[in-house]
Design a protein around this ligand. Sequence first.
Ligand code: ATP
Ligand code: MG
Length: 338
Amino acid sequence: MAEPIILCENLVKIYKIQDVEVLALQGLELTVQRGELMGIVGASGSGKSTLMNVLGGLVRPSAGTAIVDGHDLLKLSDAQINKYRREKVGFVWQQGARNLIPYLNALENVEMPMTLAGVHGRRTRQHAAELLEMVQLSHRRYHKLGQMSGGEQQRVAIAVALANNPRILLADEPTGELDSATALTIYEAFQTLNRELGLTILIVSHDPTIARHVQRVMQIRDGKAASETVRRRRRPDTAMEAATEVDSDHHEDHFEELVVLDSVGRLQLPKQYREALNLHGRARMELVDDHLIVRPVPPEDLHQLPPELLHQAEEAEEKGDGRLQQWLHKIRRKKVIE
Ligand SMILES: Nc1ncnc2c1ncn2[C@@H]1O[C@H](COP(=O)(O)OP(=O)(O)OP(=O)(O)O)[C@@H](O)[C@H]1O
Ligand SMILES: [Mg+2]
């Protein structure tokens, strides 16, 4: 496989405020291939913005590995990281207007970062016009901020973020302040840019529907990648269906949630499974053909039971229906009674 554009291994970020340390990223693993369009979700405080800020060179990681487009973010000097931030990444924030100058029109706003980078002339105007076209705003190019809707402002902000041709676009809750219909226009803009420019795009979101608009979604929990949802296109059922497929958007999408293994093979079992099987402390793992089975370990005292009771308890365990708990309860009571 080609070299990934983003590689984070065991990434740690600790914020220190006076004597208090906050562990915002706790050994995060993330691999992103060039040209991916991916979402990042997770509860408030789980470390999403911290990850974006680290990848964007705004915040220095504390430990681990973070390599972006060949740049080792833990090793760059201050001057190198400033250059990296200017040239390699584009940012889009929740408040699109944060990157925009209100008294300039859309076209001038997109030209501004090029001018600041020392690029002048007709090419800047042409490039700005192309970017505005890609975000479907050609008709608004001479409008100033106050003359545009929130969604349009956000799309200008996306064009501004791309003015200097970054390799990666990082968007932190870009649809956070928009209604769902407007959010859709933002996702469409990201999809177009991803498709036409081959741009790698990471979108942080609280929007539960994000999986429909990107190729995969990583869920962060407590500063770590917990699971991933990938979208799979439903295969056409018949050759006829395949042959008559015109618009691929009419495929039914299928979403699959996957657990994430870190570089040494650790994975997190989802809470609902742990609770359903009463898994804690230790579990039994067994390799069967092409898959693994994880089972709860019966508590110690079960092994001291008469064989027929043990057999029944194991049967209950195998069903995984919570009866083991009841069994244990009964068995313990029995022991006491005996
Ligand atoms: N500059 C900072 N200084 C100290 N602690 C910080 C700083 N930024 C974030 N944190 C802490 O790090 C943790 C992760 O914060 P982060 O902003 O990355 O979360 P988030 O997932 O983006 O949350 P939200 O969905 O609310 O935006 C939190 O506990 C937060 O309080
Ligand atoms: Mg955040």
